[in-house]
Write a protein of this length. Structure first.
Length: 227
């Protein structure tokens, strides 16, 4: 198939911004863009003592007819994802730098609407309905404290995805299995406010071993820290 796993939501948005030992919850919203699609995203989650994260994500995208090679110009998708993250390593080698390494796992489902293309194998118009998959991998960050309130945090994550996609043509309904790897390279800038809450801006670049496009996202978030 030509589209699977167009996003990598299984990355923590909360604990890396909190001080070690602090709990909190956070939210963010942003925009994602690729050669063949663009859309909006949102995230809501909770962190326990800056070690465990539980998060929910939503994605809404529209697809470009010419770039995707599809037959309609009004194709859309809606995706939902739940994930957990365990930051098993948080070390501070210097007073101004902290290294974080964590494991992440999640389940996601994407439903597609009006995504129709000509299957070169059968010569039939085919409707792509969606995908459901599980993900497992790791996330890593290095948090540089620029001063008492500002921080710069580059990061890198890789997850393995295993799932099922569904599609149909005039002859019936079909499903197939897929698997592969996705990665994220990104950086964020954050500011700690007077009460310990954090506001941040994050930009990421995503790649994969699938036939989907590389894509980019930018988002703004807010983390409410335990007092």
């Amino acid at each position: 198939m030509i589209i699977v796993c167009l996003t990598l939501p299984a990355v923590s948005q909360i604990s890396p911004y909190l001080e070690k030992g602090k709990s909190g919850f956070g939210l963010n919203a942003g925009y994602e863009q690729a050669n063949g699609f663009s859309g909006m995203l949102g995230n809501l989650g909770f962190s326990y003592k800056g070690i465990f994260d539980i998060e929910a994500n939503v994605f809404s995208d529209g697809y470009y007819k010419d770039a995707e090679g599809i037959l309609r110009d009004d194709a859309t998708s809606l995706g939902f994802m739940g994930c957990i993250n365990w930051w098993l390593l948080r070390k501070q080698p210097t007073p101004m730098a902290e290294v974080l390494v964590g494991l992440t796992a999640g389940v996601e489902h994407f439903a597609y609407n009006k995504y129709t293309y000509l299957d070169p194998g059968t010569g039939e118009n085919t409707d792509y309905h969606g995908s459901t998959d599980g993900l497992f991998g790791f996330d890593s960050r290095v948090k540089f404290r620029l001063d008492d309130s500002w921080s710069l945090m580059p990061g890198f994550a890789v997850v393995y995805s295993l799932g099922t996609e569904t599609y149909s043509d005039v002859n019936g309904d079909y499903s197939s299995m897929y698997n592969g790897f996705m990665s994220r390279q990104g950086v964020s800038v954050s500011k700690r406010l007077d009460k310990g809450n954090i506001v941040y801006f994050e930009a990421n670049h995503y790649t994969s071993t699938f036939d989907s496009h590389d894509y980019y996202e930018a988002k703004i978030g807010f983390v409410f820290s335990q007092k």
